[in-house]
Design a protein around this ligand. Structure first.
Ligand code: SF4
Length: 273
Protein backbone atom coordinates (compact mmCIF):
# COMPACT_ATOMS: atom_id res chain seq x y z
CA UNK A 1 0.00 0.00 0.00
CA UNK A 2 1.28 3.47 -0.87
CA UNK A 3 1.76 5.67 2.19
CA UNK A 4 1.57 9.47 1.92
CA UNK A 5 4.37 10.93 4.04
CA UNK A 6 4.38 14.59 5.08
CA UNK A 7 6.87 16.47 7.25
CA UNK A 8 5.52 18.83 9.91
CA UNK A 9 7.01 20.86 12.75
CA UNK A 10 4.76 20.58 15.81
CA UNK A 11 4.58 23.29 18.47
CA UNK A 12 5.13 20.67 21.18
CA UNK A 13 6.09 17.01 21.20
CA UNK A 14 4.89 15.96 24.68
CA UNK A 15 1.14 15.76 25.30
CA UNK A 16 -0.35 15.81 28.81
CA UNK A 17 -2.29 12.57 29.36
CA UNK A 18 -5.80 11.71 30.48
CA UNK A 19 -8.07 8.66 30.46
CA UNK A 20 -6.41 5.25 29.99
CA UNK A 21 -2.94 6.78 30.35
CA UNK A 22 -3.62 8.97 33.35
CA UNK A 23 -0.85 7.19 35.27
CA UNK A 24 1.60 9.05 33.01
CA UNK A 25 2.39 12.72 32.88
CA UNK A 26 2.75 12.73 29.07
CA UNK A 27 2.39 10.71 25.89
CA UNK A 28 4.91 11.00 23.09
CA UNK A 29 4.12 10.29 19.43
CA UNK A 30 7.06 10.66 17.01
CA UNK A 31 4.61 10.35 14.11
CA UNK A 32 0.94 10.98 13.45
CA UNK A 33 -0.71 8.15 11.52
CA UNK A 34 0.45 4.55 11.38
CA UNK A 35 1.28 2.39 8.37
CA UNK A 36 0.64 -0.83 10.30
CA UNK A 37 -3.08 -0.09 9.87
CA UNK A 38 -4.34 -2.71 12.35
CA UNK A 39 -8.03 -3.41 11.76
CA UNK A 40 -8.84 -3.05 15.46
CA UNK A 41 -6.78 0.14 16.03
CA UNK A 42 -8.80 2.38 18.37
CA UNK A 43 -7.04 5.47 16.95
CA UNK A 44 -9.23 5.02 13.83
CA UNK A 45 -12.13 6.24 16.01
CA UNK A 46 -10.23 9.08 17.69
CA UNK A 47 -9.98 12.69 16.42
CA UNK A 48 -6.56 11.92 14.82
CA UNK A 49 -8.10 9.16 12.74
CA UNK A 50 -11.49 10.74 12.04
CA UNK A 51 -10.66 14.34 11.10
CA UNK A 52 -7.99 13.50 8.55
CA UNK A 53 -10.52 12.25 5.92
CA UNK A 54 -7.92 9.80 4.61
CA UNK A 55 -8.04 6.10 5.33
CA UNK A 56 -6.14 5.10 8.48
CA UNK A 57 -2.89 3.41 7.49
CA UNK A 58 -2.42 5.37 4.25
CA UNK A 59 -0.72 8.46 5.68
CA UNK A 60 2.03 9.35 8.12
CA UNK A 61 3.14 12.78 9.35
CA UNK A 62 6.79 12.93 10.41
CA UNK A 63 7.36 15.25 13.36
CA UNK A 64 10.43 17.35 12.72
CA UNK A 65 12.72 19.05 15.25
CA UNK A 66 11.72 16.34 17.74
CA UNK A 67 15.12 16.22 19.42
CA UNK A 68 15.17 19.96 20.17
CA UNK A 69 11.54 20.02 21.25
CA UNK A 70 11.79 17.16 23.75
CA UNK A 71 15.00 18.46 25.30
CA UNK A 72 13.44 21.88 25.79
CA UNK A 73 10.16 20.49 27.14
CA UNK A 74 11.81 18.11 29.63
CA UNK A 75 14.09 20.90 30.87
CA UNK A 76 11.13 23.23 31.35
CA UNK A 77 9.19 20.58 33.27
CA UNK A 78 12.25 19.91 35.46
CA UNK A 79 12.51 23.60 36.31
CA UNK A 80 8.95 23.33 37.63
CA UNK A 81 9.88 20.18 39.62
CA UNK A 82 7.39 18.06 37.68
CA UNK A 83 7.60 14.27 37.60
CA UNK A 84 7.98 13.23 33.96
CA UNK A 85 6.62 9.82 33.01
CA UNK A 86 6.23 9.26 29.28
CA UNK A 87 4.22 6.73 27.24
CA UNK A 88 5.63 6.30 23.70
CA UNK A 89 3.39 5.86 21.79
CA UNK A 90 -0.35 6.09 22.28
CA UNK A 91 -1.58 6.80 18.74
CA UNK A 92 1.16 5.60 16.41
CA UNK A 93 3.88 2.95 16.36
CA UNK A 94 7.27 4.55 17.04
CA UNK A 95 8.99 1.82 15.01
CA UNK A 96 6.74 1.71 11.95
CA UNK A 97 8.54 1.44 8.56
CA UNK A 98 9.08 5.19 8.06
CA UNK A 99 11.34 5.13 11.14
CA UNK A 100 14.02 3.22 9.17
CA UNK A 101 14.65 6.40 7.18
CA UNK A 102 13.39 9.27 9.34
CA UNK A 103 14.74 8.11 12.73
CA UNK A 104 12.55 10.46 14.75
CA UNK A 105 12.18 7.84 17.50
CA UNK A 106 15.93 7.36 17.64
CA UNK A 107 16.48 11.11 17.86
CA UNK A 108 14.00 11.30 20.75
CA UNK A 109 15.77 8.46 22.57
CA UNK A 110 19.16 10.11 22.05
CA UNK A 111 17.77 13.31 23.55
CA UNK A 112 16.22 11.40 26.47
CA UNK A 113 19.47 9.54 27.14
CA UNK A 114 21.03 12.97 27.73
CA UNK A 115 18.05 14.64 29.39
CA UNK A 116 16.13 11.73 30.88
CA UNK A 117 12.52 11.62 32.05
CA UNK A 118 11.70 9.75 35.27
CA UNK A 119 10.21 6.86 33.32
CA UNK A 120 9.69 5.92 29.68
CA UNK A 121 7.35 3.19 28.44
CA UNK A 122 8.03 2.14 24.84
CA UNK A 123 5.10 0.42 23.10
CA UNK A 124 5.61 -1.14 19.67
CA UNK A 125 4.99 -4.22 17.56
CA UNK A 126 8.03 -3.78 15.36
CA UNK A 127 11.31 -5.73 15.51
CA UNK A 128 13.07 -2.50 14.51
CA UNK A 129 12.97 -1.73 18.24
CA UNK A 130 16.20 -3.72 18.72
CA UNK A 131 18.12 -1.16 16.62
CA UNK A 132 18.05 1.16 19.66
CA UNK A 133 19.45 -1.31 22.20
CA UNK A 134 22.40 1.02 22.89
CA UNK A 135 20.04 3.82 23.97
CA UNK A 136 17.75 1.55 25.96
CA UNK A 137 20.79 0.38 27.91
CA UNK A 138 21.56 3.99 28.81
CA UNK A 139 17.97 4.41 30.05
CA UNK A 140 17.82 0.93 31.57
CA UNK A 141 16.75 1.91 35.11
CA UNK A 142 13.85 4.03 33.92
CA UNK A 143 12.38 2.17 30.97
CA UNK A 144 10.09 -0.69 29.98
CA UNK A 145 9.80 -1.95 26.43
CA UNK A 146 6.48 -3.54 25.56
CA UNK A 147 6.13 -5.51 22.34
CA UNK A 148 2.63 -6.41 21.17
CA UNK A 149 2.17 -10.10 20.43
CA UNK A 150 -1.59 -10.63 20.15
CA UNK A 151 -1.40 -14.27 19.04
CA UNK A 152 1.15 -16.89 18.04
CA UNK A 153 -0.81 -17.83 14.91
CA UNK A 154 0.47 -16.10 11.80
CA UNK A 155 -2.74 -16.74 9.82
CA UNK A 156 -4.72 -14.99 12.56
CA UNK A 157 -2.26 -12.07 12.58
CA UNK A 158 -2.71 -11.72 8.81
CA UNK A 159 -6.50 -11.54 9.15
CA UNK A 160 -6.40 -8.72 11.73
CA UNK A 161 -3.24 -6.77 10.91
CA UNK A 162 -1.80 -7.83 7.54
CA UNK A 163 0.56 -4.84 7.36
CA UNK A 164 2.08 -5.39 10.80
CA UNK A 165 5.33 -7.34 11.34
CA UNK A 166 5.25 -11.17 11.55
CA UNK A 167 4.84 -12.71 15.00
CA UNK A 168 8.12 -14.63 14.87
CA UNK A 169 10.08 -11.41 14.32
CA UNK A 170 8.44 -9.83 17.37
CA UNK A 171 9.26 -12.86 19.56
CA UNK A 172 12.84 -12.69 18.33
CA UNK A 173 13.00 -8.98 19.23
CA UNK A 174 11.77 -9.73 22.75
CA UNK A 175 14.35 -12.49 23.04
CA UNK A 176 17.13 -10.09 22.08
CA UNK A 177 15.99 -7.42 24.55
CA UNK A 178 15.86 -10.09 27.27
CA UNK A 179 19.44 -11.13 26.51
CA UNK A 180 20.49 -7.57 27.37
CA UNK A 181 18.50 -7.77 30.65
CA UNK A 182 16.24 -4.91 29.65
CA UNK A 183 12.80 -4.67 31.34
CA UNK A 184 10.29 -5.91 28.77
CA UNK A 185 6.81 -7.32 28.43
CA UNK A 186 4.75 -8.98 25.75
CA UNK A 187 1.47 -7.11 25.35
CA UNK A 188 -1.13 -9.68 24.38
CA UNK A 189 -3.47 -6.87 23.54
CA UNK A 190 -5.95 -7.39 22.16
CA UNK A 191 -5.97 -11.12 22.86
CA UNK A 192 -6.63 -12.80 19.51
CA UNK A 193 -7.24 -16.53 18.97
CA UNK A 194 -4.06 -18.41 19.91
CA UNK A 195 -2.69 -21.97 20.15
CA UNK A 196 -2.03 -23.99 23.30
CA UNK A 197 1.71 -23.42 22.78
CA UNK A 198 1.41 -19.64 23.07
CA UNK A 199 2.10 -19.33 26.84
CA UNK A 200 5.31 -21.38 26.60
CA UNK A 201 6.49 -19.44 23.54
CA UNK A 202 6.04 -16.16 25.41
CA UNK A 203 7.71 -17.47 28.56
CA UNK A 204 10.85 -18.20 26.55
CA UNK A 205 11.25 -14.55 25.54
CA UNK A 206 9.94 -12.42 28.42
CA UNK A 207 9.24 -12.52 32.14
CA UNK A 208 6.15 -10.36 32.04
CA UNK A 209 2.97 -10.30 30.01
CA UNK A 210 0.02 -7.95 29.85
CA UNK A 211 -3.40 -9.18 28.73
CA UNK A 212 -6.16 -6.99 27.42
CA UNK A 213 -9.15 -7.26 25.13
CA UNK A 214 -11.33 -4.75 23.33
CA UNK A 215 -12.93 -3.65 26.59
CA UNK A 216 -9.63 -1.78 27.09
CA UNK A 217 -10.27 0.50 24.09
CA UNK A 218 -11.33 3.36 26.36
CA UNK A 219 -15.07 2.83 25.75
CA UNK A 220 -15.63 -0.71 27.05
CA UNK A 221 -15.41 -2.13 23.53
CA UNK A 222 -17.87 0.25 21.84
CA UNK A 223 -15.24 2.01 19.70
CA UNK A 224 -14.02 -1.36 18.45
CA UNK A 225 -17.56 -2.49 17.74
CA UNK A 226 -18.03 0.57 15.51
CA UNK A 227 -15.01 -0.57 13.47
CA UNK A 228 -16.95 -3.71 12.49
CA UNK A 229 -14.31 -6.03 13.94
CA UNK A 230 -16.90 -8.73 14.63
CA UNK A 231 -17.17 -9.27 10.84
CA UNK A 232 -13.60 -10.63 10.79
CA UNK A 233 -14.47 -13.07 13.57
CA UNK A 234 -17.75 -14.10 11.98
CA UNK A 235 -16.18 -14.78 8.59
CA UNK A 236 -14.07 -17.55 10.11
CA UNK A 237 -16.51 -18.65 12.82
CA UNK A 238 -14.28 -17.25 15.54
CA UNK A 239 -17.06 -15.29 17.36
CA UNK A 240 -16.40 -17.27 20.51
CA UNK A 241 -13.11 -15.39 20.85
CA UNK A 242 -14.80 -12.03 20.41
CA UNK A 243 -17.74 -12.44 22.72
CA UNK A 244 -16.31 -14.34 25.67
CA UNK A 245 -13.79 -11.96 27.31
CA UNK A 246 -10.71 -13.50 25.65
CA UNK A 247 -8.41 -11.91 28.23
CA UNK A 248 -10.02 -14.10 30.92
CA UNK A 249 -9.55 -17.19 28.77
CA UNK A 250 -5.93 -16.18 28.15
CA UNK A 251 -5.33 -15.54 31.86
CA UNK A 252 -6.20 -19.16 32.68
CA UNK A 253 -3.89 -20.51 29.98
CA UNK A 254 -0.98 -18.15 30.74
CA UNK A 255 -0.91 -19.35 34.35
CA UNK A 256 0.60 -22.59 33.04
CA UNK A 257 3.79 -20.72 32.07
CA UNK A 258 3.85 -17.51 34.17
CA UNK A 259 3.68 -16.82 37.91
CA UNK A 260 0.71 -14.67 39.05
CA UNK A 261 2.91 -11.59 39.57
CA UNK A 262 4.23 -11.88 36.00
CA UNK A 263 0.75 -11.49 34.50
CA UNK A 264 -0.89 -8.08 34.41
CA UNK A 265 -4.38 -7.48 33.12
CA UNK A 266 -5.75 -4.40 31.37
CA UNK A 267 -4.58 -0.88 32.24
CA UNK A 268 -2.22 -2.15 34.99
CA UNK A 269 0.05 -3.66 32.36
CA UNK A 270 0.65 -0.26 30.79
CA UNK A 271 1.30 1.78 33.91
CA UNK A 272 4.66 3.38 34.82
CA UNK A 273 7.30 1.77 37.08
S1 SF4 B 1 0.42 -0.37 15.45
FE1 SF4 B 1 -0.80 0.60 17.02
S2 SF4 B 1 -1.19 2.68 16.30
FE2 SF4 B 1 -0.47 1.47 14.55
S3 SF4 B 1 -2.35 0.79 13.56
FE3 SF4 B 1 -1.69 -0.85 14.95
S4 SF4 B 1 -2.79 -0.46 16.87
FE4 SF4 B 1 -2.89 1.44 15.63
Amino acid sequence: MKIEVQHKIPKKILTPTSGFLNGYSHSLNPYAGCAFACSYCYVRQSPVGLFRKQEWGTWVDVKQEARELITKEIRNLRKRNKEITIFMSSSTDPYQPVEYKEQVTRALLEAMAETPPDFLFVQTRSPLVTRDLDLFLQLKDRIRISVTVETDLEDIRKKFSPQAPPIQARLKALQELKEYHLPTQAAVAPVLPFSNDFPAKLAQVTERICLDDYTGDGSQGKRTERLGINDIYEKDQLEYWYKNRPSEKALEKMRTSFKPDQILVGQKGFMPF
